[in-house]
Design a protein around this ligand. Structure first.
Ligand code: KG4
Ligand code: ZN
Length: 330
């Protein structure tokens, strides 16, 4: 198996990419749906319709731009879950149908495994074993990764995901969606120490997270202060999330006695988080390149290559909106 087309449609990014076993990532196109901004969050029905509109043309454009003929594809990988059911179905139906039409197998990929393996696309790539912090809009988890498909969930969020906390905080501060980059921009000119913020669940043992209290704390703060103080509130919030995540990463490395830390998912693009990790983590920290932090087809094509043994021609179009990552362990 040589050339794998990857399709990502689990949320509000439509992504297509071509990964080649010998050339690595050959091409990668991402379209971020804009309609959701007006609603302050992703509207599932709109997301599905936009994927339907965009996906076929993007596959064509990817092949054209990379000078690849459809016949040169050896498999089609698509995100089968977790994510929004309707949005996932667009990618799954397109991927399975395209594979059948080209007479090649299809590969169902777990979105978070896509994120988890994405730093392996970089140079230098992290060697196994490592601890992975996966921080996205829907998930926050720490995973002990002994090797490919050898995953042990160490901890996860009990309520909101880190990205979700950023998105909700952005809304409280009157900022747009997605909230992470907006909060980060406002926080650049803020004083992170002016207002006090909790570091949830850091002073008791364990590797789980909780971010809903932080969001409530921000809501109460915002009602008390003037808009001129929002930059300080944003900086305080961002610093609290960054430190909380970094403290738990350090603890996870200590408990697993692993040396390497991998951080992936949308929130891994956050500069303050990266600074805090560099400050606290003794070993090396590995990230995907900035454009591969948020959702994309490259990580799906790449994970599809790792999952090539599961390629099949059964023609079944099925998605798993909820899908535990440790169930992938072999
Ligand atoms: O991985 P991703 O693109 O989609 C999911 O799988 O959920 O992550 C999206 C999340 C959003 O919540 C967004 O606000 C957050 O990642 N995000 C950031 C930054 N860029 C994206 N959060 C903090 N700082 C950023 N620079
Ligand atoms: Zn994601």
């Amino acid at each position: 198996m040589q050339n794998i087309l990857g399709i990502e449609t689990s949320c509000d990014e439509t992504g297509v990419a071509l990964y080649s076993a010998d050339r690595g990532l050959v091409g990668d196109l991402v379209y971020t749906q804009a309609d959701h901004a007006a609603y302050g969050g992703v509207v599932p029905e709109l997301a599905s319709r936009d994927h339907v509109r965009k996906l076929p043309g993007m596959v064509r454009e990817l092949l054209d731009r990379t000078g690849t003929s459809a016949e040169a594809l050896d498999a089609v990988a698509y995100t089968a879950g977790p994510g929004l059911a309707g949005a996932l179905l667009v990618g799954a139906a397109t991927g399975v149908a395209l594979a059948a039409a080209l007479d090649v197998p299809a590969i169902a990929v777990h979105h978070m495994e896509g994120h988890l393996l994405s730093p392996l696309l970089e140079d230098p790539a992290p060697a196994f074993p490592f601890v992975a912090l996966l921080v996205s809009g829907g998930h926050t988890m720490l995973v002990a990764v002994e090797g490919f498909a050898r995953y042990r969930l160490l901890g996860e969020t009990l309520d909101d995901a880190a990205g979700e906390a950023f998105d909700k905080t952005a809304r409280l501060l009157g900022l747009g969606y997605p909230g992470g980059p907006e909060v980060a921009r406002l926080a650049e000119n803020g004083d992170p120490d002016r207002f006090e913020f909790p570091r949830p669940m850091t002073n008791r043992p364990g590797l789980d997270f909780s971010f809903s209290g932080l969001k409530t704390h921000t809501r109460e703060l915002v009602t008390r202060v003037a808009p001129e103080d929002y930059a300080d509130a944003a900086a305080g919030f961002e610093q609290a999330v960054a430190e909380t995540l970094a403290i738990k990463c350090k603890r996870a490395l200590k408990e697993t006695r692993m040396q390497r830390l991998v951080v992936a998912g949308g929130v891994s693009a956050n500069t303050r988080l990266r600074t805090e990790l560099e400050r606290r983590i003794p070993g090396r920290v590995y990230y995907p390149s900035l454009k591969l932090c948020t959702d994309n087809g490259a990580m799906i094509a790449h994970a599809g290559w790792y999952r090539r043994a599961e390629a099949n021609r059964d023609g079944v179009i099925a998605v798993r909106p909820r899908w535990a990552i440790d169930s992938l362990s072999q």
